[in-house]
Design a protein around this ligand. Structure first.
Ligand SMILES: [Zn+2]
Length: 389
């Protein structure tokens, strides 16, 4: 079999198993697993382990307990290949949809689209990762390196325990050659070659209470100070940098006739580069009160570092584009504001290609769906990448 025919062979093999693959996706979707639902998490892992356990390319399966969330899953395959390096595949089994969503919006196939809570982000892609391994097995082709598939169970809430697990499995940039992230693609099936980093901060203002009618001059309003700080902070959004900042929640005061002694806000920040991260940290740690009678405190920090569009990422994208061309489709790329587990891996200096999941729309929304036609095509793209990088 010539190398450039492999993606087409994978495509044909997956297409011939379309019904089985859809049934596997359906089984995963029909076990609800919102983040923090331990029982749901374990039940999804059971299904994945059952399926992966039957593959001859799979060398080891590790279920990693994540207290209060359920379990993460690590599947190691093709370990007999070049042992010095590995390829990492990253995904997650948790969804944002509360238990009961499934009965409101059950699995539904309509006009080539398949609807279901968490299908696009990303139950279908958990299934696809295993189906790609199965197909390589069947075709008797092996990737250039061993493969470690890591599925976290707390991605939608920041991967507090998923992050250290990813770092452990990835090891270092010497140990992991590339990472492929199974997150949903951008519109038009575009893969993601850049993701902003995220930070969550809190701002707290202490003012001075006073009777708002009798002696307002003795008060220093924490609410007014917070409003002024908010206005200044939001001006960063207009500065032309890649930083975005949003004071998204505010609270403060006690009664309308009292000058507010306290106010606080929650801040979401996004940044594209390490330099912007340092800049935002500098700004937030140096906030000075505008009314000097008040005090301003900032706490919090970075949740996910940025996934930068480095030359190594561009090279990986070009490879993916060439494979897509063999499959007769044009692969685009996008840089997005939302972060994923790919950000953690990118921060280790490992080239990451994200957004490799099946096309569709409506992540976290009511119309969440995938395009049934894209399953085999996307699988062929991923399989092609595994054998050619
Ligand atoms: Zn996701």
């Amino acid at each position: 079999m010539s190398d450039d025919s492999i993606p087409r062979q994978i495509f044909a093999a997956l297409q011939s198993r379309q019904a089985e693959v859809e049934a596997f996706i359906q089984a995963l979707v029909e076990v609800e697993s919102p983040s923090g639902d331990e029982e749901g998490s374990r039940a999804v892992i059971d299904l994945l382990v059952q399926s992966a356990g039957r593959l001859k390319c799979v060398d080891a399966i590790e279920r990693v307990d994540a207290p209060e969330f359920g379990q993460h899953l690590v599947i190691r395959a093709f370990q007999k290949q070049n042992a010095a390096k590995q390829i990492l595949i990253v995904g997650h089994t948790d969804t944002v949809h509360a238990r009961g969503t499934l009965s409101e919006r059950p699995w539904r196939r309509d006009n080539g689209r398949i609807y279901g809570p968490g299908i696009f982000d990303m139950k279908a892609n958990c299934a696809l990762a295993i189906e790609v391994l199965r197909t390589l097995d069947e075709l008797n082709v092996a990737p250039s390196f061993g493969v470690s598939l890591v599925l976290t169970c707390d991605e939608e809430v920041g991967s507090l325990s998923g992050w250290p697990l990813l770092e452990r499995v990835a090891g270092s940039k010497e140990a992991t050659r590339y990472a492929f992230v199974m997150e949903p693609p951008a519109p038009g099936g575009r893969v993601k070659t850049g993701r902003k980093g995220t930070g969550i901060f809190a701002i707290k203002v202490e003012g001075r209470a006073a009777h708002a009618g009798l002696e307002p001059e003795k008060g220093a309003s924490a609410i007014l100070e917070l409003a002024r700080q908010t206005e200044q902070l939001h001006a960063i959004n207009l500065s032309g940098s890649g930083i975005t900042l949003n004071v998204g929640v505010v609270q403060g005061g006690t009664r309308s006739n009292v000058v507010a002694a306290e106010a606080q806000g929650e801040i979401d920040v996004r940044f594209s580069t390490e330099a912007e991260l340092l800049e935002i940290e500098r700004i937030l740690s140096n906030l000075k009160p505008i009314d000097e009678r008040t005090k301003v405190f900032v706490s919090g920090g970075i949740n996910r570092p940025p996934l930068e569009r480095t030359p190594a990422v561009i090279e990986l994208f070009e490879k993916a584009r060439a494979i897509a061309a063999q499959l007769d489709f044009e692969l685009g790329e996008a840089q997005v504001g939302g972060a994923s587990d790919g950000n953690f891996v990118a921060a280790m200096g490992i080239p990451v290609l994200d957004g490799l999941g099946i096309s569709g729309d409506g992540a976290h929304a009511i119309h969440e769906h995938i395009e049934a036609d894209d399953i085999a095509r996307r699988g062929a793209l991923i399989g092609g990448l595994l054998v050619s990088v």
